[in-house]
Ligand binder design. Sequence first.
Ligand code: NI
Length: 430
Amino acid sequence: MARLQEEKVFKDPVHRYIYVQDPVIWDLINSSEFQRLRRIRQLGTSYLTFHGAEHSRFSHSLGVYEIVRRILSQFERSGYGGYSEEERLLCLAAALLHDVGHAPFSHSMERIFGERHEAWSCRIILGDTEIHRILSGVSEGFPEQVAGVICKTHPNPVAVSLIASQLDADRMDYLLRDAYCTGVNYGTFDLDRILRVLRPLKTGVVVKESGMHAVEDYLMSRYQMYWQIYFHPVTRSAEIVLTKILNRAKSLYEDGYAFGFMVPAIERLLEGNLKVPDYLKLDEALMQAAFSQWLEEKDPILSDLCERFLNRRLFRYVPAEDVSGAQFEQLRDDLVAAGWDPDSYLEIDFPSDLPYDVYRPGEEDEKRPILLLGPDGELEEISRRSEIVRSISGIHSGKNQIYYPAELLEDERLPESARRLLSRGTSRKG
Ligand code: NI
């Protein structure tokens, strides 16, 4: 397959340089569907907690591509290669495009509209899109193969595990990039060392035993990032306000409310009837323009929620571990009696529904565990060998919290008992 006459280079804060030698990859990067990722932040609402977290899915996707490119060339150099040009391109294209189906503020959107981004990535790759035309130029059925790797149905386990295992290029890039952009000190690990100890087997990618400590470091960094960044309660608070905006807009739409501002793509979204062309119009620029227009809406709740999101008047939170289901129901009733809509102004949150976990030794969620390769070719799951990994395995529940607007505490219409419940413990401002 042809190479570009002159190699293209992107300057990157994490990998220093990202190299592109294939015309197909270059064309994919320049497609409108891939350029859209510049308008979607990698970390959703985290920028409201860590102001540096403005990096986009575009930079992350290039980073994942670069890591896979380096892994493949490492395999080549150490004699584990033997991949055809088309297989190489398959891995690179899948790495580059794995997040192309991300919605704006993905996790909140996924929660409300119930579809995962991988499904959209595949629809975009297989639909009437520039990406589809570029991939079709490689060979017949090539778009289907790329979609198969992303949706984990492709028969090549090495290709799938490069972007979808518990030690994959996706996770390696976002940990380093998120740590760099949020400005935290943890979250780093020796990427070069890990890339050197990866080995492709017929069943997928494994780690040479001597690389165990580098992988421990990577998992510790996941552990730290998970608690300090991904589960941060202020980020959750922003996500909850965002979710409430979308829910309110959806229920107004279903009641036939006449919006002062509406565009067709958002209408299809609220209707639950999105097709690829509308989906591609949704980005964070459009959503934020809508929120800013909705400040003027007649519906006071929608306009108030938008104001809270845009001006970062987020919800406060208190721990909810000791709050019973009955107490929470009572709280909802108290809000109704005081004239507040609990669907829009109260939330009990279980962060364990976030798509992050530190490490799982099992094969749940189709994410392969990390296997160590011994000198005689024997394989052992890493938590059986490493005490550090064992101690952080399976951790996936965060702290339950109740989120609510600070004004509730001052509202005399609410019974004293409700206000006491909300102001207990370490109540903090969002
Ligand atoms: Ni990703």
